[in-house]
Design a binder for this molecule. Structure first.
Ligand code: FAD
Length: 380
C-alpha cells in the first residue's frame, strides 16, 4: 500500500522526532519515577503546534491531516508516552471534538486556547461504574432553563488536574437512554467542581490522571455541545478518531523499544560475540520488525480512511487492537534482549513495557475493539 508521504509529512515526522530527542528524552526517567507532569515540554509542544494539529487554522490549529498527526504521535511516543497521551487527548478528543461539533462561539472561546497549548483539555466519559459500558452514565445534568446542574463523578481522567477545560458527558434524561446524554464544556474553578487525588499508576506515570467530582455545578446552556441528546454520539464519534491516536501511541512505544533492543544487540557481547549474532536474538528482532511494520500499515490505513472521509470505525478499531498487542509483545521481548539491564530503569525498555499496557485498556479495551470489529465484519 502506498501512503504517499509528502515532503510535508516527512518534515512533520522529523520535527517530532527531533523534538522528542532534544526535549523529552532528558528527564523522562525522573518524571516517570516521580509521577511528574512534563509541564514545560507540553508548553513547548503547544508552541510548536503539536497540540492542535488537525484543528482548523481559523482557530489556531494546524489544519493538518490525520496521517501527519499519527506520524508525530509515533515519534513522541517512542521517547515519552506520558507526553504523547496528553497530546493524544488534546488533539483527537478535545480539539477535534470541538472543531467538528462545537458552535462558533465555543470554538472562539475555548478551541483557540486549546490548539496553541495556552490551555489543555480533558475528555470525561468514564465513571466508577461506567467504563466499557459508557451508556450507564450516572452523572446527571438537569435542565434548568438557561443552565444545567451537573452532579456525579468521573474516573481516570487524563489531564484531570492540569486541564483548564473539560468535556463532560452526562445523562440529561434517563428515560431516553443514550439519546438522553449530552456533552458539556466545564471550566476548572467553577463552584462545586472538585478534582480528586492523582492516581498512582503502573505506566504513563508522567501523565496526570484524576477522578473529578461535580456537586451542583452550574453549566450555562451555551456550553452544551450540539443539539439536545447529541452527547453519546459525540463521545462515540470522537473516540473512534481517538483510537487512531492511541494506535499510533502503541506503535511508537513498540518502535521505540525495538530501536533500543536493536542497538543493544549490536553492542552487548556474550560468548565472544555481539548478541545479535545469536540467532535466538536475531529472530526476536526479525519478529519485532515484522510486527511493527504490520501495525504501522494498519495505523496509517486508519488515518488515511479518516482523511478520505471513509468510515474508519473498523480500520481504527483494528489498528488499535493490533498495535496495542504488538506494543505489549515487542516491549516484553525488548526487555528480554536487554537481559538484566532490561530490568533496570536506566535502559528505558522496562518503562516502555509498563507504558504499553495502557494502550490495551483506554479508549476502548481490546475486548471492546473486538466487539466493534466483529459487528462490522458480520454486518457485511
Ligand atoms: C491511565 C488511564 C487514563 C484514562 N483516561 C481516560 C480519559 O481521559 N477519559 C475517560 O473518559 N476515561 C479514561 N480512562 C478510562 C478507560 O477508558 C476505562 O478504564 C476503559 O474504558 C475500561 O473501562 P473500565 O475500567 O470500567 O473496565 P470494565 O468496563 O469494567 O472492564 C473490565 C474488563 O471487562 C471487559 N469487558 C467489559 N465489557 C465487556 C464485554 N461486553 N465483552 C467482553 N469483555 C468486556 C473489559 O474489556 C475489561 O477487560 C482512563 C483509564 C486509565 C487507566
Amino acid at each position: 500500500m502506498d501512503f504517499n508521504l509528502t515532503e510535508e509529512h516527512i518534515m512533520i515526522r522529523d520535527a517530532a522526532r527531533d523534538f522528542a530527542k532534544a526535549e523529552l528524552l532528558d528527564g523522562v526517567i525522573e518524571r516517570d519515577n516521580e509521577q511528574r507532569f512534563p509541564t514545560e515540554q507540553i508548553k513547548k509542544m503547544g508552541e510548536l503546534g503539536f497540540l492542535g494539529m488537525m484543528a482548523s487554522t481559523e482557530y489556531g490549529g494546524g489544519g493538518m491531516d490525520t496521517l501527519s498527526y499519527v506520524l508525530a504521535m509515533e515519534e513522541i511516543s517512542k521517547i515519552d508516552a506520558s507526553a504523547s497521551v496528553v497530546m493524544s487527548v488534546n488533539n483527537s478528543l478535545v480539539c477535534w471534538g470541538l472543531d467538528t461539533y462545537g458552535s462558533p462561539e465555543q470554538k472562539e472561546k475555548y478551541l483557540t486556547k486549546l490548539t496553541t497549548g495556552e490551555s489543555i483539555g480533558a475528555f470525561c466519559l468514564s465513571e466508577p461504574e461506567a467504563g466499557s459500558d459508557a451508556t450507564s452514565q450516572k452523572t446527571t445534568a438537569i435542565d434548568k432553563g438557561d443552565h444545567y446542574i451537573l452532579n456525579g463523578t468521573k474516573n481516570w481522567i487524563t489531564n484531570g488536574g492540569t486541564s483548564d477545560f473539560y468535556l463532560v458527558i452526562a445523562q440529561t434524561d434517563r428515560e431516553k437512554k443514550h439519546r438522553g446524554i449530552n456533552a458539556f464544556i466545564v471550566e476548572k474553578g467553577w463552584e462545586g467542581f472538585e478534582i480528586g487525588p492523582k492516581e498512582d499508576k503502573l505506566g504513563i506515570r508522567g501523565s496526570d490522571t484524576h477522578s473529578l467530582i461535580f456537586n451542583d455545578v452550574k453549566v450555562p446552556k451555551e456550553n452544551r455541545i450540539g443539539e439536545d441528546g447529541f452527547g453519546f454520539k459525540f463521545a462515540m464519534k470522537t473516540l473512534a478518531g481517538g483510537r487512531i491516536g492511541i494506535a499510533a501511541q502503541a506503535l511508537g512505544i513498540a518502535a521505540g523499544a525495538y530501536e533500543l533492543a536493536k542497538k543493544y544487540s549490536k553492542e552487548r557481547k556474550a560468548f565472544g560475540t555481539e548478541i545479535m549474532n545469536h540467532q535466538a536474538i536475531a529472530f526476536k528482532l526479525a519478529d519485532m520488525h515484522t510486527q511493527i511494520e504490520a501495525a504501522r500499515m494498519l495505523v496509517y490505513k486508519a488515518a488515511r480512511d479518516k482523511d478520505n472521509h471513509e468510515n474508519y470505525d473498523l480500520s481504527g478499531a483494528m489498528a488499535k487492537l493490533y498495535a496495542s498487542q504488538v506494543a505489549m509483545e515487542v516491549t516484553v521481548e525488548a526487555v528480554q534482549v536487554h537481559g538484566g539491564n532490561g530490568f533496570v530503569k536506566e535502559y528505558h525498555v522496562e518503562r516502555l513495557m509498563r507504558d504499553a499496557k495502557i494502550t490495551q485498556i483506554y479508549e476502548g479495551t481490546s475486548e471492546i475493539q473486538k466487539i466493534v470489529i466483529s459487528r462490522a465484519i458480520l454486518k457485511e
